[in-house]
Design a binder for this molecule. Structure first.
Ligand code: SF4
Length: 381
């Protein structure tokens, strides 16, 4: 893997490079009538997660596609491109920026009740028809997608996190793996400021990207969308790679929570839900599993919304299969007590939640159950 020689400094070389290539130079503020592709291509810098190949071709290793990209071509994600034998990657903007309860990501075992400042960029390596953020994830792939980006610096993002008393910073909304160079440039000052840095990812992970992120990133929430390879390929991924990615994240010591969006007729059979739980248990029974409800949208308008009883049954199956922490999501207040955290040993209620709000947190010092002193995995105060 080549490591670019011009790391995270202000991109004063960008204008020069664009002039050399006789492309338009974009300055703040961004004009509304410039094509989005040109705007996004200008908000880039040379990446680090790639390898130079003969013939000015590059091989990107930011996600499991490992695209080989010829000069003047884009990767599958559309937002990383080869210019003159160098890989240029998204830089210096956000498509969305919001301060939310960390439970909304969802992370239930990371500082319960705290806030996280969440940022996203554009593009994705997958093309899920049920994507809730398709207007930023499917940019340059779907003509209807594409919010205008807002330029911002890593330091400005960290300042905003401090201003809003966020405890964490999360890269989410689009797929963060494909914009990992930018995330790391935000996470570095964020970590120095005492913030906890998190990823919400589809799990199409490489060891190269994990090694790259490890110095600054604490936790991952990964979408495990289905246990059927045929279905994963319809979304643009390979099941085996996602399962390997989840195992690697856990093995490398990142904090890990998993989400499965239950889509009626796609992945909600009892057999598949059971297989999903069995796989998670094989990695570790202490990994929290969130089973969440689908709402029709984007290109998947046929299936009905997931009924609460399906979410509740999936949570029951998770516990039957031996997982220690299973949560029902996207139907706040309608999933019985499956928003709470229980001690896996004495069954005491440790964290009471309703509608993403923490009502009570009884987890004691060092993350132990106050009743039986069992260690509860997670990141606690
Ligand atoms: S991040 Fe984009 S360019 Fe890189 S391997 Fe993944 S899809 Fe291809």
């Amino acid at each position: 893997m080549s490591v670019a020689k011009s790391p995270e400094k202000k991109q004063d070389g960008l204008s020069r490079r664009l002039e050399e290539e006789t492309l338009p130079v974009i300055h703040r503020p961004l004009a509304g009538d410039i094509p989005l592709a040109a705007v996004l291509d200008s908000l880039t810098r040379e990446g680090r997660l790639y390898e130079a190949l003969p013939g000015n071709t590059v091989r990107c290793c930011a996600c499991g596609h490992y695209c080989k990209i010829k000069p003047s071509k884009r990767g599958i994600c559309q937002v990383r491109y080869n210019l003159g034998g160098k890989l240029y990657v998204p830089w210096g903007y956000v498509s969305a920026l919001q301060c939310d309860p960390v439970e909304k990501k969802p992370f239930y075992h990371v500082y319960p009740g705290s806030l996280t400042l969440t940022f996203g960029m554009h593009g994705c390596d997958l093309h899920c028809p049920f994507c809730q953020n398709w207007d930023i994830s499917q940019t340059l792939r779907d003509a209807r997608a594409g919010r205008r980006p807002s330029e911002i610096s890593p330091e400005e993002i960290v300042e905003l996190a401090k201003k809003y008393n966020a405890r964490c910073i999360t890269s989410s909304y689009n797929e963060p793996l494909i914009t990992s160079e930018w995330a790391k440039s935000v996470f570095r000052p964020a970590k120095a400021a005492g913030l906890t840095c998190l990823y919400v990812s589809n799990g199409n992970i490489t060891t190269e990207v994990l090694e790259y992120l490890r110095p600054v990133t604490v936790g991952f929430n990964i979408d495990l969308k289905t246990m059927r390879d045929r279905n994963y390929r319809r979304l643009g991924a390979v099941l085996e790679r996602i399962l390997e990615g989840i195992a690697a994240v856990h093995k490398m010591g990142f904090w890990l929570e998993i989400v499965t969006l239950l889509v009626p007729g796609f992945n909600d059979s009892e057999a598949e839900i059971r297989e999903t739980a069995q796989f998670i248990k094989s990695v570790s029974p202490g990994i929290p599993w969130h089973v969440t409800a689908f709402h029709p949208g984007y290109k998947m308008t046929g299936p009905p919304p997931t009924p609460a009883k399906t979410v509740i049954r999936a949570a029951e199956i998770g516990y039957e299969e031996g997982l220690h922490f299973v949560y029902g999501g996207n139907l706040p207040g309608r999933v019985k007590d499956y928003e709470n955290t229980y001690c896996p040993n004495c069954k005491a209620v440790l964290v009471e939640r309703r509608c993403y709000r923490v009502l009570k947190n009884r987890i004691g010092g060092e993350g132990r159950c106050p009743y039986c002193t069992t260690m509860i995995p997670g990141i606690w105060e």
